[in-house]
Ligand binder design. Structure first.
Ligand code: ARG
Length: 263
């Protein structure tokens, strides 16, 4: 496979490092250049995007993102939940900064992972978490199974997360966002060969690279027209020319997600 980075634990370490770096910045605000985005993009807040959730460990260290689709249901990536249990994860809403203590923290009462999931490059990279505590935030709408035209090549997609701002870099203390164009399936297939599973994935990014999700952004939203249409899944490095980000093609899993949301 194409050097798929499932750096979830590394992302957690990076998040802790970023939090420490942010603390250090308080005493030397002009000594360090402003961090770059997701990769490319700009800072934003959970006030602007209230449905964007931090998925954290029991100590509230973020390692993935998620999207609130009902007060007690969060859509995320299956690869984020491998090895996790209902007692090992928390969902944090309304917290723009990784080192914040505000917002709402919920335990998880159920983790549903797509039953066919094996590896992100094989598809089926979707999971739904059931929260023990309702989140008092606006939820996101998600695509229906018939809305496949949203992925038309060149559509503007919005990505969001606290992930690293370069491949192998450190996480962003503040939530970041960027827009990237969707990429045709034929083009993405040319980039990734058989690791690109057209039925289960959609790609987004500029031909020249420069803007992308990266480690720690996994599980978070890809929005098209403000509607959840993808889940950050994988890519070759981050923001590399010729290697767009790969997202779970949510139309394929929409009915399964709805079953979980209504369960
Ligand atoms: N697998 C990564 C994660 O666990 C996300 C990688 C996205 N990569 C990319 N080039 N878009 O956070």
């Amino acid at each position: 496979m194409f050097g798929f980075n499932r750096a979830k634990k590394a992302a957690a370490v990076a998040a802790a490092t970023a939090a420490a770096a942010a603390t250090a910045l308080l005493t030397a605000p002009s000594a360090v250049a402003a961090p770059q985005p997701i990769v490319g993009g700009s800072t934003t807040t959970t006030t602007a995007y209230p449905f964007v959730m931090q998925i954290t460990d029991a100590s509230q260290n973020q390692f993935c993102g998620g999207t609130l689709v009902s007060p007690t249901k969060v859509v995320t990536a299956a690869h984020c939940m491998v090895g996790e249990t209902t007692s090992s994860v928390r969902v944090v809403g309304g917290r723009t900064y990784l080192n914040g203590t505000n917002g709402t923290v919920s335990r998880v009462s159920k983790i549903w992972i797509h039953p066919s999931y094996t590896d992100a490059t094989n598809g089926d990279d979707v999971a739904v978490l059931t929260l023990s505590t309702s989140m008092p935030y606006t939820t996101a709408k998600y695509v229906t199974s018939s809305q496949t035209s949203v992925y038309a090549a060149g559509a503007t997609a919005r990505i969001l997360g606290w992930g690293t701002t370069s491949a192998g870099g450190s996480s962003s203390n503040q939530l970041r966002t960027a827009t990237v164009p969707t990429v045709s399936d034929s083009s993405c297939g040319s980039s990734y060969g058989s690791d690109f599973v057209q039925s289960d994935m959609v790609c987004a990014g500029y031909t020249s690279g420069g803007v992308d999700t990266c480690q720690g952004d996994s599980g978070g939203p890809l929005l098209i027209g403000g509607v959840l249409a993808g889940i950050t899944s994988w890519g070759e490095g981050c923001a590399q020319a010729g290697y767009p980000g790969v997202y779970t093609r949510l139309t394929t899993f929409s009915n399964l997600v709805t079953t979980q949301v209504n369960s």
